[in-house]
Design a binder for this molecule. Structure first.
Ligand code: NI
Length: 264
């Protein structure tokens, strides 16, 4: 089965047809999705979705653009929600210097605070990092690298929508033990760097994701995305790796289970 490791079905873009769309995922081969928190108000919605649908799991956390809202009350909420059996990770958390909505030191502090919640509760993290390559790697190394508190953590996390160099990908995967989330961007004509990353990274480190409603693959680029479009990403990865689509689905499913669903 296809596991979509990064969706935002709580988004208002799905208000008109959420039920119908979610019920149609199974026939598209999508067996499980992880709905990812972003804003403070998304957190309750993520949990509600995981309660309503068997195949919907969740992650809770504040996106770097939203960390002005990381109050003591929200931190408490994360600490409660992370122990819900259907909540499998803390995320999406990280650094975003593209939108630059929050000060860099505040972003870094919130990133560390949320990583600690994950580590204390034995859960992996979902990292959002945009135009912040050096600072993200520094914090992840500090929290999970050699000699750190998180070094021995078995299930560390994923670099969602990986967009940096193939060389840096090697550090995240082989050295730090993180996975890379691969989505619609890999089908774009100008995705040379990402294609090279997929080429050079062993399949064992790749996860499928949409980031829907964003980042639709070709031929739906610019339209609302959903997990139903993942077969386009699967076939592009299969083409790059020279393996079958079935292999891509099988290996990414094993990877997602290893990281997010150790007992399921
Ligand atoms: Ni996202």
């Amino acid at each position: 089965m296809i596991i979509d490791t990064h969706v935002h079905y709580d988004d208002e873009a799905f208000d008109a047809d959420r039920e119908e769309l979610l019920q149609s995922l199974a026939e598209a081969g999508v067996g499980r999705v992880i709905d990812i928190g972003s804003t403070a108000e998304s957190l309750d919605k993520v949990v509600v979705l995981t309660e309503r649908y068997d195949f919907v799991y969740g992650a809770v956390g504040l996106h770097p653009d939203e960390v002005g809202d990381l109050t003591d009350e929200v931190i408490k909420k994360l600490e409660v929600y992370i122990n819900n059996p259907k909540i499998v990770a803390i995320g999406e958390i990280g650094l975003d210097y593209y939108w630059n909505k929050e000060a860099h030191d505040l972003q870094a502090r919130a990133f560390r605070t949320q990583i600690k919640i994950a580590q204390e509760n034995g859960k992996p993290i979902v990292i959002h990092s945009r135009e912040a390559a050096a600072d993200t790697l520094a914090i992840v190394t500090e929290m999970y690298g050699k000699g750190s508190a998180g070094e021995k953590t078995e299930r560390k996390g994923v670099m969602h929508c990986y967009s940096y160099s193939p060389e840096m990908a090697e550090i995240y995967t082989k050295k730090l033990g993180f996975y890379l989330g691969i989505g619609g961007v890999v089908t774009y004509k100008n995705a040379r760097k990402l294609v090279e990353t997929v080429e050079r990274t062993p399949m064992e480190y790749l996860l499928l994701e949409t980031d829907c409603p964003y980042l639709s693959p070709v031929p739906f680029r610019g339209k609302r995305n959903s997990s139903r479009n993942l077969p386009y990403v699967v076939s592009r990865i299969a083409e790059i790796k020279g393996i079958s689509c079935e292999e891509v689905i099988r290996i990414t499913e094993e990877n997602a289970k290893r990281l997010f669903f150790p007992e399921k």
